[in-house]
Design a protein around this ligand. Sequence first.
Ligand SMILES: Cc1cc2nc3c(=O)[nH]c(=O)nc-3n(C[C@H](O)[C@H](O)[C@H](O)COP(=O)(O)OP(=O)(O)OC[C@H]3O[C@@H](n4cnc5c(N)ncnc54)[C@H](O)[C@@H]3O)c2cc1C
Length: 379
Amino acid sequence: MKYDVAIIGGGLAGLSLSIDLKKRGYSVIVIEKSNYPRHKVCGEYISMESHDYLQSICADLSMFDLPIINNFKLTSTGNQEYQTSLDLGGFGISRYLLEELLYTEAKKNDVIFKLKCKAFNIHCNKKEEYYIVKTNSGDVNASLICNSTGRKSNLETKEREKQLNGTNYIGIKYHVRLQRDNSFVEIHNFPGGYCGLSGIEEDKTCLCYIVNSKKLNNARNSIPELEKVYLFQNRHLKKLFNKAEFIIKEPLTISGIDFKIKESVSDSAFFLGDSAGSIAPVTGNGMSNALRSASALASMIDSYFSKTITKKQLVDNYKRFWNNEFSTRLKLSRHFQKLSEYPLLTNLSIGLFKSFPFLAKSIIRRTHGTSFFEPKLPK
Ligand SMILES: Cc1cc2nc3c(=O)[nH]c(=O)nc-3n(C[C@H](O)[C@H](O)[C@H](O)COP(=O)(O)OP(=O)(O)OC[C@H]3O[C@@H](n4cnc5c(N)ncnc54)[C@H](O)[C@@H]3O)c2cc1C
């Protein structure tokens, strides 16, 4: 069987692309190396710009009473604190629930899944103009391949690998119960990183931090030691950790986080979400970028299969879209990532934000987009 589209990687980008394409009438297979549902290290704050798109591909989202977040708090060591309202804001939902909803929706729409199945490489059958994905459980044939394998992928080509070395960060996540104002997304800076707090479903809070891996080495690779020595230098964080009831007792961890910009199209595949380049979590916008790229790619693939554009136009249009939308935001986010590792610089920023409130708003605006949902007319 030859599918219209094979999607490698069924995270947020891959799942939403699969539903969008299937709803447009194309045959789609998702190759996913793990299974659903699953917890993932993520701050679980989604910018409002994606809300309507998510709702359009997954109506069941509205069944959940999700916290709406329209305020932002930033603190650092030395009692510095800054608060502002968010123009666009966001909402909170765990990755566990979100992926489960999207997976269920995709299955309902007859997307085919190959789960616990790892893709190894992609070949092109030039004569018959289709691609073959080699996996550990057989080949998959498709007219187009989309790669949504996330930040770290075994499918990286030599050229892309060259761009992948950089500072290494570690991500750590808990779900907790805390008496707090759910309308706030909070970022608490400490030496080497920052910790985000964001309300999610069932009155829970996602507590997730990202830290330069050197700090974990300094703390003898012990997470409790890391928290005691570095995170608790911020008194807000120390208080929050002491007050919180930890639902996930053992933290979920990931390593090897970097923020490299890669490329959006290769000879054999279209890249979307983190596989094309990941934005620093401090902007709280990686999931929206994944969803925005899925939405745009689905619409362009639709134009290609409907013969409105050629393959070359599809490639050029997607590359152009990606650069216009994301490259500046990604580059900016890397500076904020570096900045947010140093309490002195965060304290300076807080001072500046207090004196010039428009500065904070302008930074938030420049790292986010506007709503990207366009209702589709029936064919
Ligand atoms: C610490 C941290 C906090 C964050 N907080 C936020 C936040 O609050 N808000 C926000 O918007 N963003 C946040 N992000 C970013 C966000 O998590 C990512 O941008 C988002 O997960 C990207 O989705 P994706 O679908 O591109 O990749 P992923 O969700 O990583 O999905 C990739 C999928 O591909 C599969 N896969 C990989 N290789 C293969 C293979 N060879 N074969 C088959 N399957 C494969 C994987 O199993 C996975 O399911 C955060 C990131 C980090 C690291």
